[in-house]
Design a protein around this ligand. Structure first.
Ligand code: SF4
Length: 414
């Protein structure tokens, strides 16, 4: 598990403050102010670092397999692990999974995903996990009627009443245990009455979340995290932005869980997730995230951290600055960057630049702590910040870089 820095206070300013125009030109992201929501020993929102989540693939009935899967994810930095609970037997199995985690590892914060008409399952699982995720489109599931072409105001309200009655016991249970709930709207599973009333739109997604939030608030339960995921990035962006707008209007400060659903796999899955999640985070929106890849869940965690690191929201690895190389490059940049990375990747917190030449290299290596810059054929120069420290033969470059970091007292053994 990696140790993570606490956010700087200027990361928690209000986006809607009068100086938000100035904020747009700042180089530090100003995060939207949200309330802190406890999920086991982790807090989502309230200025805490953006929390990384993922989900195991194991069947929750497989206690041993699930415990191993949760532990595997937690050990590489997944701070809240989600499990799916399709039946009452699965919900009961969570009691054993939690117990086993406490006995053999630690009390990893768990969130249980409850689907179709999951009221009884949710009530059971709420006893065993730290957070319950419900999908408003499925929690009280009315089978769509093919001959229906409208919802009357009365019908709309009747279902609303049924939702309230069904949700109430879960809300009370979570409230009394100081646990959390995610109201997780999915574009692909909006309730039929929302589709008829608002269309297949971000507005329908937001109203769906607000309906559930208002029920929770009427029962004085505020440990809520909201998500509005879609597989299309522009839809997801619009839904989250509209949600922030509506929450601001209503004086709500619930944290947001970001994600692009069904992002796929490989390079495009990562780019799609980054386009959606990163865009919102850059605007100060979002308190926790999951990158959903059609790959092993362990593959999701590095992507989450890379997004957060690139935006300066969390620092969990060395930040490498490297030029793209050109005709002026004095050594094989790819090889050298790989060697430097292999030697220094464990020095979390440092920024290290590898630049091909002294013409533009020193000026363009930003504010890196150390620089490795091509000086003349066969020689490189090592920099501390903007100061050139020494010229060394290229074949000693990496070793001398390590010596310099050691001399500065900033080296740690891997
Ligand atoms: S730093 Fe030098 S070698 Fe690298 S891209 Fe710029 S000009 Fe080319």
């Amino acid at each position: 598990m990696q140790t993570l820095p606490t956010p700087s206070p200027n990361n928690t300013s209000d986006l809607t403050s009068p100086d938000s125009t100035v904020a747009a030109f700042e180089t530090t992201i100003r995060r939207r102010k949200t309330r802190p929501v406890p999920v086991g020993n982790i807090t989502i929102g309230g200025g805490h670092p953006v929390v990384v989540q993922s989900m195991i693939n194991e069947d929750t009935m497989d206690v041993e397999g699930s415990v191993a899967g949760i532990r595997r994810l937690h050990e590489i930095g997944c701070e809240i692990v989600r499990v799916t609970v399709p039946s009452m037997a699965h919900a009961k199995s969570l009691a054993q999974i939690k117990q086993k985690l406490r006995e053999t590892y630690q009390d990893v914060p768990l969130v249980a995903d409850v689907h179709h008409n999951g009221m009884k399952i949710a009530l059971e699982v709420a006893k065993h996990v730290d957070k319950v995720r419900i999908n408003p489109g499925l929690y009280v599931f009315e089978k769509p009627k093919s001959d229906r072409n409208e919802y009357t105001e009365q019908e709309f309200q009747d279902i609303g009443t049924k939702i309230r009655q069904t949700l109430e016991p879960l809300v009370i249970s979570l409230r009394d245990q100081n646990k959390a709930m995610r109201i997780g709207v999915n574009h692909g599973s909006l309730a039929e009455r929302m589709l008829f009333t608002y269309g297949d739109t971000p507005e329908g997604m937001v109203e769906s979340a607000l309906e559930f939030i208002k029920i929770c608030e009427s029962l004085e339960f505020y440990n809520l995290v909201i998500s509005l995921k879609a597989s299309r990035v522009p839809v997801m962006l619009a839904a989250y932005r509209l949600m922030v707008h509506r929450m601001d209007e209503l004086g709500m400060d619930y944290p947001l869980h970001l994600g692009v659903t069904e992002a796929g796999d490989g390079e495009y899955g990562r780019i799609k997730s980054t386009a959606g999640i990163g865009t919102l985070l850059a605007d100060g929106i979002g308190d926790t995230l999951r990158v959903s890849l059609t790959e092993a869940p362990e593959k999701e965690i590095p992507v989450c951290y890379s997004i957060l690191q690139a935006l300066g929201l969390r620092k969990t690895m060395v930040e490498y600055v490297a030029c793209p190389s050109c005709g002026r490059t004095l050594f094989n940049l790819e090889d050298v960057l790989r060697e430097v990375r292999e030697a220094t990747h464990h020095l979390t917190g440092l920024d290290i630049a590898v630049m091909g030449c002294i013409v533009n290299g020193p000026g363009e290596m930003a504010d890196a702590d150390y620089g490795y810059v091509g000086k003349q054929p066969g020689f490189i120069s090592l920099y501390r910040g903007r100061e050139e420290i020494k010229k060394v033969p290229e074949d000693q470059g990496v070793a001398e870089l390590i010596n310099l970091i050691k001399a500065d007292g900033r080296w740690m053994d891997p």
